[in-house]
Design a protein around this ligand. Structure first.
Ligand SMILES: CC(=O)N[C@H]1[C@@H](OP(=O)(O)OP(=O)(O)OC[C@H]2O[C@@H](n3ccc(=O)[nH]c3=O)[C@H](O)[C@@H]2O)O[C@H](CO)[C@@H](O)[C@@H]1O[C@H](C)C(=O)N[C@@H](C)C(=O)N[C@H](CCC(=O)O)C(=O)O
Ligand SMILES: Nc1ncnc2c1ncn2[C@@H]1O[C@H](COP(=O)(O)OP(=O)(O)OP(=O)(O)O)[C@@H](O)[C@H]1O
Length: 502
C-alpha cells in the first residue's frame, strides 16, 4: 500500500483541508519538492521510518515526539501547526483528523468499497447486536464476516483480538479493513461510537446499513461530551452516512431522528418492542428466550418466530434490529433463525448455577439503563430470594453513573457489594463511597470490597439457594484500567466459574 505526495496534495486540496506546505523555511500552496511515494502511515513517533507519513494528532501530542521521529529518519509530517523542526516537508492542514481519514482511506485503496458495511450505534446493545448479526451473516457467507467491536475484533472472521477503542482511529480502521479484504471477508459489522463522529474517526465513511439502537444520557465527561445534546448530535451523524437506516421507534426523541432521515431522504425501517406503528415489533414467544416478529406490512419478509441464546427482553430489541439488517443484506429467514439461535456474546447475560442452586448472572451492564434492565430482569425471574449485586463505577469519565447506580440499587437490590471497575486515576474507595452516598434505602445491605475478585467470592458465598447473584460491569474483560495502565484481570466470568467449581 502506498500514497504519493502528488496524491496527498490533490486529496487535501479537493477536500479543502490544505493550509500550506513548509519546506526549508518557506511556505507554499503547491507541492514544493519532487514527487515521492510513501509506504507507511503512523501517528506514533515510536513507529516511523524514512518512508513514513507521520500525523501529529491528539490533545497530548508534544513537539518532542516529532523531534524524536525525525532522529529516526522521518522526513515528512502532517500537522495542524507548522513546527520549527528540521523536516524535509511539513504538510499543514486545517483538521488533522479529517486529513488522516482522507489520506488513510486512499493509502489502503478504499477497502470500504470492497465490503458490505454495517454500523451499529446506541447507548446500549451495540456489541450484542453486532454479534447477533455476525452469527447470522456467518451462516450465510461461510464465516466471511469481519467485526470491529468494543471488546473483540476479528479480521478473518474467526480469530479475535482485544480492541483498544470501540471505533478505531481512522488510520487503524482502514488498515484493519484492508486486512479483512485481503483475508477474503465480504462483510464488516462494526460499532460506531459517538466519539468516532466527534473525533472524525469515520469521517466521510458511508455505511450500507446504519442502525440506531437507543439513546440515554451517558458518556458526559471532560474527555467525552460536554452535554447530552452533544452526545445525541454526534450519534445522529450516522443517519447522514448510511445508505439505508434502521431505527428503534422507542428511542428518546425519535421524531428528531425520523425528521433528519426524511430530510436526507435515507430509506428507513423502524422497529419497536411494543409500538405497532413501527414497521416491525416483537411479541413474547412460548419460552422466555423466544419471540415473534410482527408487522402490518412485512415488506422484508421476516415475520416469524425466533429463538435466542440470551436472556433479557432488551436482547429481543437487539435481535430484531439485527434481523432487519440481515434481511436487507438478503440473508434468508431460516439462516437468520439458525444464526440467532447459536449466538452467544462473551460477558453478556452469561449464566452460572452454584452448587446450592443459586443463579449467577455475569453481565457487562455499566450504565443506568443497562443496570436497570439487568436488575429488573433478575427481580422478575427470581422473585423469591435476595438479589446480591457486585458493582463498581469507572474512574475519570462518565461520572454521573455513580449517582445512577446508587439510585438503581435503591430500587432493585437487597445487597450491594461495591468494588473497583477501571478506576483509572481515581481511588476506587472514593468512587465506591460516592455510589454508596446515593443508596438511601436502608434495607439495602451495603459492603465495600475494593478487590474485585474478593468481592465476587464474597457475593457467591453469601448467596443461599433462593438468592441471585449479579456481577455487573466487566463481563469477560481481561484488564482493569488503573492509573494509565491496563492491569491484567482474570475477568468476572472466569473468577465466578472458577469459584463455583472449587
Ligand atoms: C479523547 C479521546 O478519544 N482520546 C483518544 C485519542 O487520544 P489523542 O488523539 O488525544 O491522543 P493521545 O493518546 O492523547 O496522544 C497524543 C498523540 O501522541 C502520540 N504519541 C504519544 C507518545 C509518544 O511517545 N509518541 C507519540 O507520537 C500518540 O500516538 C497520539 O497520537 O486517540 C487515542 C488513540 O490514538 C485514544 O487512545 C484516545 O482514547 C482515550 C484513551 C479514550 O478513552 N477514549 C474514549 C473516551 C473513547 O473514545 N471511547 C469510545 C467508546 C464510547 C462508547 O462506549 O460508546 C470509543 O470509540 O472507544
Ligand atoms: N438494547 C438494550 N437496552 C438496554 N440495555 C441493554 C441493551 N442491550 C444490552 N444491554 C445491556 O447493556 C450491557 C452492554 O451491552 P453491549 O455490550 O451489547 O452494549 P454496548 O452498546 O456495546 O456497550 P458499551 O458502549 O458500554 O460498550 C449488556 O450487558 C446488557 O446489560
Amino acid at each position: 500500500m502506498t500514497i504519493s505526495l502528488q496524491q496527498i496534495e490533490q486529496l487535501l486540496k479537493e477536500n479543502k483541508l490544505l493550509k500550506e506546505f513548509t519546506h526549508e523555511n518557506s511556505w507554499h500552496y503547491d507541492l514544493p519538492i519532487e514527487n515521492k511515494t510513501l509506504t507507511h502511515l503512523s501517528y506514533d513517533s515510536r513507529n516511523v521510518t524514512s518512508e513514513t507519513l507521520f500525523f501529529c494528532k491528539g490533545a497530548s501530542f508534544k513537539e518532542e515526539y516529532l523531534m524524536s521521529a525525525l532522529t529516526e529518519g522521518l522526513q515528512i509530517y502532517v500537522s495542524e501547526i507548522p513546527f520549527d523542526v528540521d523536516a524535509h516537508l511539513g504538510i499543514i492542514v486545517t483538521d488533522i483528523r479529517k486529513a488522516m481519514a482522507i489520506l488513510s482511506m486512499a493509502f489502503y485503496d478504499y477497502p470500504q468499497s470492497k465490503l458490505k458495511l454495517v454500523a451499529f450505534t446506541g447507548t446500549k446493545g451495540k456489541t450484542t447486536s453486532a454479534y447477533f448479526l455476525k452469527y447470522m451473516l456467518d451462516e450465510y457467507n461461510n464465516q466471511k464476516t469481519a467485526m470491529f467491536s468494543t471488546m473483540n475484533s476479528t479480521l478473518d472472521g474467526k480469530t479475535y483480538f482485544k480492541s483498544h477503542l470501540t471505533t478505531p482511529e481512522s488510520l487503524d480502521l482502514y488498515r484493519m479493513m484492508n486486512e479483512a479484504v485481503t483475508n477474503g471477508m465480504t462483510h464488516l459489522v462494526m460499532e460506531v461510537s459517538s466519539q468516532a463522529y466527534k473525533l472524525n474517526r469515520v469521517y466521510q465513511l458511508t455505511f450500507d446499513i446504519g442502525i440506531f439502537l437507543n439513546i440515554s444520557p451517558d458518556h458526559i465527561s471532560p474527555i467525552e461530551h460536554p452535554t447530552f445534546d452533544d452526545y445525541y448530535y454526534c450519534k445522529r451523524q450516522l443517519i447522514h452516512h448510511s445508505k439505508q437506516f434502521i431505527v428503534n421507534l422507542d428511542t428518546r426523541n425519535v421524531q428528531l431522528i425520523l425528521e433528519e432521515a426524511q430530510n436526507s431522504q435515507i430509506p428507513t425501517v423502524t422497529y419497536s418492542a411494543t409500538n405497532k406503528q413501527a414497521n416491525y415489533h416483537w411479541e413474547k414467544g412460548s419460552t422466555s428466550t423466544s419471540f415473534e416478529v410482527k408487522s402490518n406490512q412485512d415488506s422484508l419478509n421476516l415475520c416469524a418466530t425466533y429463538e435466542l441464546g440470551l436472556m433479557g427482553d432488551f436482547n429481543k430489541d437487539n435481535a430484531l434490529a439485527s434481523i432487519i439488517a440481515a434481511r436487507l443484506l438478503d440473508v434468508p429467514i431460516e439462516t437468520c433463525q439458525k444464526g440467532l439461535k447459536k449466538a452467544t456474546v462473551p460477558g453478556r447475560m452469561e449464566q452460572l448455577i452454584q452448587k446450592n442452586g443459586s443463579k449467577v448472572y455475569i453481565d457487562y451492564a455499566h450504565n443506568k439503563v443497562s443496570l436497570t434492565n439487568l436488575l429488573s430482569f433478575a427481580k422478575q425471574e427470581h422473585h423469591d430470594g435476595r438479589i446480591i449485586t457486585v458493582i463498581g463505577s469507572t474512574g475519570d469519565k462518565a461520572i454521573s453513573r455513580r449517582k445512577d447506580f446508587g439510585e438503581v440499587l435503591n430500587d432493585y437490590t437487597d445487597v450491594a457489594i461495591l468494588t473497583s471497575d477501571d478506576p483509572g486515576n481515581e481511588h476506587p474507595h472514593d468512587i465506591a463511597k460516592e455510589i454508596s452516598r446515593y443508596i438511601v434505602n436502608d434495607s439495602v445491605e451495603q459492603h465495600i470490597e475494593l478487590d474485585r475478585e474478593t468481592a465476587i467470592k464474597k457475593a457467591l458465598s453469601m448467596a443461599t439457594s433462593q438468592d441471585t447473584v449479579i456481577i455487573a460491569g466487566k463481563g469477560r474483560d481481561l484488564y482493569q484500567k488503573i492509573a494509565g495502565e491496563d492491569v491484567a484481570y482474570a475477568g468476572d466470568f472466569t473468577i465466578a466459574e472458577r469459584t463455583i467449581n472449587e
